[in-house]
Design a protein around this ligand. Sequence first.
Ligand code: HEC
Length: 144
Amino acid sequence: MTRGLALLVLLLPAAAFGGHELENRDLRNGQKLYAEHCASCHGAKLEGQPDWRKPGPDGVFPAPPHDATGHTWHHDNRLLFDYTKLGGDALFAARGIRGPKSGMQGFADVLSDDGIWDILAYIRSTWPERVKEVQAARNPPHSR
Ligand code: HEC
């Protein structure tokens, strides 16, 4: 098998899933918006807050990293988008889950949908290829 073909075969499963919202995004805009709106909690280098796995005394979790050491890549695009747009509390409520109180506000009033997708694409662009593939495979097939 040629290398090109091997690569194609490798990429096919991911392409069959709907990871396309994060394709062809404005990564520079995403990086700028990330620095303005997300870095204060999630870290300038996407490193998250210290001890992010442990809830504080009020039960609220610190902000997790968005780099490959966190769990952002465990989630499909839609969840990441909704989490950012609606915030944790509203997202849990919408999905009928009683989660812990969320430290993550919604950005619906601050960011456009495209802005949110740009930020998520920027976050994704920092992950190793393998992690990108695993995350892409979490997206259920969909046309838009
Ligand atoms: C005021 C602090 C704060 C800011 C600012 C903030 N977040 Fe969060 N974020 C959190 C916390 C805390 C959590 C952990 C879960 C929870 O408490 O709901 C979280 C969780 C998340 C999650 C889900 C968890 C995961 O797996 O990654 C996403 C996605 C996310 N934030 C994206 C963003 C984006 C994008 C921005 C900027 C537009 C942003 N956050 C700005 C505090 C913040």
